[in-house]
Design a protein around this ligand. Sequence first.
Ligand SMILES: [Zn+2]
Length: 109
Amino acid sequence: MLTVRRFDKVKILWGKDRGKEGEIISIDPAKARVLVAKMNLAKRHTRPMGQKDQGGIKDKELYIPISKVMLVCLECKKPNRPKFDSLSDGTPIRLCRKCGGTIPEPKKK
Ligand SMILES: [Zn+2]
């Protein structure tokens, strides 16, 4: 089971952005990797695509292995691997291993 969701806040544990925090913008469950906004950027040289896109050099996020990011608890602000539990009605919840607080499912945007 994946411990992170889209729009979760995670800490980067690897690469040049190690130690920074960002928001997950995409998850690739099949390959267990994630895209984190503004993290692990690579310069991409792009061609003009249509009238509004002039092309040129753009920053683009590259996938980071899920094992290299850690969920950040919104309560205690500490990165940790959450513990899974469920409510009495069966709703799965994630619990912070540091403070025991519930890590809410990120709101869809
Ligand atoms: Zn916590």
